[in-house]
Design a protein around this ligand. Structure first.
Ligand SMILES: *Cc1c(COP(=O)(O)O)cnc(C)c1O
Length: 397
């Protein structure tokens, strides 16, 4: 069947993903995915930080089935019970006062950028510039590509949205040099995911907060990847002891059902007035039922706490492995269950392929870093299995 699907994909699907890994999954349970040809894989990537509940979670499935039996979509012209309730869940659990739902991470970040601009526009202030970081990733829409500090994603789409510029990460001098009286917002990932799991320093983030306050600039955290328990806190900003003005969430928020969220303090959110922003699908009854089920299951199974515990275990075991293979493992980065294992440049690609051959799903980012972002339901045995598989692979290289 795989060959048949590959042929269809080649003929009919736009070739944005090139040669994909040679597998087609047809079912999943917990940490495991099963392919059409019977092969079984351990999912340590969680659909790129999406499947926080793992696969086929019984309570999640029944919540979705129940919602499908009731109603799937109604439109934003009418009140939506799940949407209102999920917004409350997010507000109760975070520093935000108001929420707006979109369908993806990029769209949530677009919403955040629009909100920052309109916030100053409504005050009659000429502040529209948005500063982001080199090596960042904020999405694939035109505005978020302008915000994404990676030339390979930007170049074909010049001219980009004006007023968006990138600076060096973790450098307060760079922030000071870039800020002008036109700066509306600084948007960052607290841990840069796609570019190799690169965390921001604590001092950098608190100084950034101070500079934003001093210059009347909004601080936006793109928590599309770091959010929803991934780092061992519900949102990664909690590690830093400061609060953003706006943050976004997506990936794990719907447990696999597409949803994104723009979350903001009241003072800023109120800049959006009727007609200023909108969406057809965003926050519909089905995707917000998914979000509500994710919150319920997180609480019942204490998954954020589990992410912290299992993340610590990973860190301990990976540093042992690094001591054992110092020439092969260069650095281990990340927080909780968002982990980057930087390997020696020449072996990284081969290591990720060997892991795949052994039925272990990870992703290779920045050319030399194995990223893992497993479901938050992961157990101690799963962690130990990964460590032993990684060691087996390292021995071969
Ligand atoms: C994945 C990701 C996005 C884009 O999300 P999409 O749902 O693919 O649009 C934006 N920001 C960060 C930090 C991400 O990891």
């Amino acid at each position: 069947m795989l060959e048949e699907i590959k042929a269809l994909d080649k003929q009919y699907y736009m070739n944005t993903f090139g040669e994909r890994l040679p597998v087609c999954f047809t079912s999943g349970q917990g940490m495991r995915l099963k392919a059409d040809d019977g092969r079984e894989f351990y999912d340590f990537l969680g659909g790129i930080a999406v499947n926080a509940l793992g696969h086929g979670h019984p309570k999640f499935k029944s919540a979705l089935k129940a919602q499908i039996d009731k109603v799937i979509h109604t439109s934003s012209l009418y009140y939506i019970e799940n949407q209102a309730k999920l917004a409350k869940r997010i507000v109760d659990a975070t520093c935000a006062d108001k929420v707006f739902f979109a369908n993806s991470g990029a769209e949530a970040n677009e919403g955040a950028m629009k909100l920052a601009k309109i916030y100053f526009y409504k005050q009659g202030l000429d502040k529209y510039e948005i500063i982001t970081l080199d090596k960042s990733f904020h999405g694939r829409t035109l505005a978020t590509v302008a915000a994404t500090g990676q030339e390979k994603y930007q170049k074909p789409y010049y001219p980009l949205l004006p007023g968006v510029k990138q600076i060096e990460p973790n450098s307060i001098d760079a922030v000071k040099a870039a800020v002008t009286d036109k700066t509306a917002a600084v948007m960052i990932e607290l841990i840069q995911g796609e570019s190799g799991v690169r965390p921001m320093d604590k001092e950098y983030v608190s100084e950034l907060r101070r500079i934003c306050d001093e210059h009347n600039i909004l601080l936006i955290f793109d928590e599309v990847q770091t959010g929803m328990g991934r780092t061992g806190k519900l949102f990664a900003y909690e590690h830093y002891g400061i609060e953003p003005d706006i943050f976004t969430s997506a990936k794990a928020l719907g447990g696999g059902v597409p949803i994104g969220a723009v979350c903001a303090k009241d003072k800023i959110a109120s800049a959006f007035e009727p007609g200023d922003h909108g969406t057809t699908f965003g926050g519909n009854p089905l995707s917000t039922a998914a979000g509500l089920a994710v919150f319920d299951i997180f609480e019942e199974e204490q998954l954020v706490e589990n992410a912290a515990k299992m993340g610590a275990l990973f860190k301990e075991k990976l540093s042992e492995l690094m001591e054992k293979y110092p020439e092969k493992i260069k650095e281990v980065r990340g927080e909780g269950l968002l982990i980057g294992i930087q390997l020696e440049d020449t072996i990284a690609k081969a290591a990720s392929m060997l892991l795949f051959d052994d039925g272990i799903l990870v992703s290779l980012c920045a050319g030399n870093t194995i990223r893992i972002a497993p479901p938050l339901i992961i157990t101690k045995n799963d962690v130990l299995l990964f460590i032993s598989e990684l060691e087996t692979v390292l021995k071969k290289l």
